[in-house]
Design a protein around this ligand. Structure first.
Ligand code: 9MR
Length: 353
């Protein structure tokens, strides 16, 4: 065989080989559009500052989302080490990341009974000094982030489940039943432009809690106390609560002229613990559930749609796994950062009919 023929034979041989190895399946799918590019409202994600060390994490988060909530770092416990003692580093890091990535920041949360530092829980001074310390804290934190934080959850989860009564937190015990109004006013005084939210879970289906939140809004509005919106956390399952309950709560907020933030969305698919892996059927059910929630949000007047925030990026990062003790896949991305059908459900619900 002359050298040219030999060469041709070699090429043919390689071609045949590579054809044989070529997975002749379909073309790889187009990458999905980013939620932040498609949504007519901010789409947020919550995570902890430790994730900033993971380049894959930050690039997927920044590519996909246009808003950031600190999952932990902007609560009072991590920030406040004592009266006048502030630990800003982790919150600053998240805010700096958001600024570089063009993401807005939702501040979460000024007061939450679950994250009150011990020095306040066991405050040694008078009630008046307690309130001065709270006012000082709110003023300092809101002022520090006034150029970066677009909105704050001023108070988180102030009402008890089922009864709707004001939780008997240290804030209520020290400042009295009207403390909510005063802390909203302190936040407004610190920044006239930041949007002020009340944030809670269960309001779509817990009738007394829902009535309490709406009564608080009505009371604020009748007295001129500032409030711009209400956050519905939306920690839901793939079947509960009915979408009509969520819609009714959103409508009640909108009818009062306030903005709606679906502030901590995750959708449990294994509430009964019957799954050990995420099945295609349950994944599809999750996709439809995310779709109906996003569609219901899309149906609100555009100036009342504040944002939808996912409470975590990837399934294994979710708080729900340790909280409930079941395997769970409640978010839009899987462990390998791949968008799930639920992501497509979100995306599809953004498209005009
Ligand atoms: O997901 C958050 C978890 O990492 C924290 O340890 C916990 C306590 O700060 O808070 C979790 O987030 C909560 C949110 O701040 C308020 N609504 C309920 C969320 C789940 O507990």
């Amino acid at each position: 065989m002359n050298i040219r023929l030999h060469y041709l034979a070699l090429i043919l041989c390689f071609a045949a080989l590579s054809c044989a190895q070529d997975p002749t399946g379909p073309e790889p799918p187009e990458p999905l559009a980013a939620l932040r590019d498609e949504a007519p409202f901010p789409v947020g994600v919550a995570f902890q500052a430790s994730r900033l060390n993971n380049a894959q994490y930050t690039s997927v988060a920044a590519r996909t989302f246009s808003s950031l909530t600190a999952e932990w770092e902007m609560k009072m416990n991590p920030i406040s080490g004592g009266r006048g003692i502030y630990n800003w580093q982790a919150a600053d890091d998240l805010v700096a990341f958001a600024r570089v990535q063009g993401m807005q920041v939702h501040g979460h949360t000024l007061l939450w009974h679950e994250t009150t530092p011990a020095w306040l829980e066991n405050f040694a001074g008078s009630d008046q000094e307690f309130e001065e310390a709270i006012q000082e804290y709110i003023t300092t934190v809101v002022d520090r982030y006034k150029d970066d934080v677009a909105s704050w959850d001023v108070v988180n989860e102030a009402f008890d489940n089922n009864t709707g009564l004001l939780r008997n937190s240290v804030y209520r015990r020290r400042m009295g039943d009207d403390y909510l109004a005063r802390v909203f006013q302190y936040a407004r005084d610190a920044d006239p432009n930041v949007l002020l939210f009340y944030n809670d879970y269960g309001t779509p289906y817990d009738a007394n809690k829902r009535a309490a939140v709406l009564a608080m809004v009505d009371d604020f509005q009748s007295r001129g106390i500032p409030i711009d919106g209400v956050g519905l956390q939306v920690h839901v399952t793939y079947t509960f609560p009915p979408i009509g309950d969520i819609t009714a709560m959103m409508d009640a907020i909108v009818s009062r002229g306030l903005k709606v933030h679906l502030s901590e969305l995750d959708v449990r698919v294994n509430p009964d613990g019957d799954l050990t892996t995420l099945t295609p059927a349950r994944s599809q059910a999750q996709k439809e559930r995310v779709g109906e929630i996003v569609s219901a949000f899309m149906a609100l007047p555009s100036d009342k749609r504040y944002a939808i925030t996912m409470w975590g990026l990837r399934d294994p990062d979710s708080w729900l796994i340790s909280f409930w003790g079941n395997p769970e896949w409640p978010l839009l991305f899987d462990a390998d950062f791949a968008p799930k059908p639920a992501y497509e459900g979100f995306l599809e619900a953004l498209q005009p009919e």
